[in-house]
Design a protein around this ligand. Structure first.
Ligand SMILES: C[S@@+](CC[C@H](N)C(=O)[O-])C[C@H]1O[C@@H](n2cnc3c(N)ncnc32)[C@H](O)[C@@H]1O
Length: 208
């Protein structure tokens, strides 16, 4: 069977991506141990980072969120082939769908959210397509454990500052990091480091 075409980018504001049929995630359907803490990676791309994390941290569950469906299908196939019962990927448009997807997931389970090298959509008229916006920050806050952590990294300084504004305005404290606290690098991170570009890394916690 012909492989579906994988687009480099998709427009999250297109009608199709604003009307995805999102079913609430049922932890017991997708994870062997639904009691384990959850790490959500937003905009996970091909999902290799989470695949390695799932092997590295068997006591956690990993949920990848990605808007390019063929990548999600392929990543779930790989997770199954590898027998990783603590790893699952969902096809959704994060700022619109995260609330619906997690409506049955107790927020106390979501201990870590990562956002790594999100698409910058450099042109001013495309800025609304960026994944991190007010709504996404609200969903993250509503669905994060009290002592939960958000880790963000990007090579685009303007985006780093914009994301910081959204998170701080949304009730998070910010801490600048000099090193990546994750034991695994993402594909984009490796590519950025190979080109010796700077990486801006920050962690956020809910204030109070
Ligand atoms: C530059 S890639 C980085 C992938 C991976 N995090 C890494 O660091 O290698 C950004 C990813 O975010 C996904 N993405 C962009 N907007 C999204 C949205 N609204 N919802 C979910 N995923 C999105 C893109 O499809 C793409 O796979």
């Amino acid at each position: 069977m012909a492989r579906p075409r994988i687009h480099q980018h998709v427009n999250p504001l297109a009608r199709y991506f604003r009307q995805l049929p999102i079913e609430p995630l049922k932890l017991s359907n997708v994870f062997e141990n639904p009691q384990a803490p959850i790490h959500i990676d937003l905009g996970c791309g091909r999902g290799r980072f989470l695949q390695m994390m799932a092997t590295e941290r068997p006591g956690w569950n990993f949920l990848g969120i990605e808007i390019r469906e063929p990548l999600v299908i392929a990543a779930n196939e790989t997770a199954e082939e590898e027998g990783l019962r603590n790893l699952y990927y969902s096809f959704c448009n994060a700022p619109l769908d995260l609330g619906k997807l997690l409506v049955e997931t107790p927020s106390e389970k979501v201990s870590l959210v990562t956002i790594q090298f999100p698409d910058p959509w450099f042109k001013k008229r495309h800025a609304k397509r960026r994944m991190v916006n007010e709504q996404l920050v609200r969903f993250v806050k509503e669905n994060l454990a009290t002592d939960g952590l958000v880790f963000i990294q990007t090579d685009v300084e303007e985006l780093d500052q914009e994301m910081e504004e959204y998170f701080v305005d949304g009730g998070f404290s910010v801490k600048k990091l000099n090193e990546n606290p994750m034991p695994v690098k993402t594909e984009r991170e490796i590519s950025v480091e190979n080109r010796s570009l700077p990486v801006y890394r920050k962690e956020y916690r809910v204030v109070g």
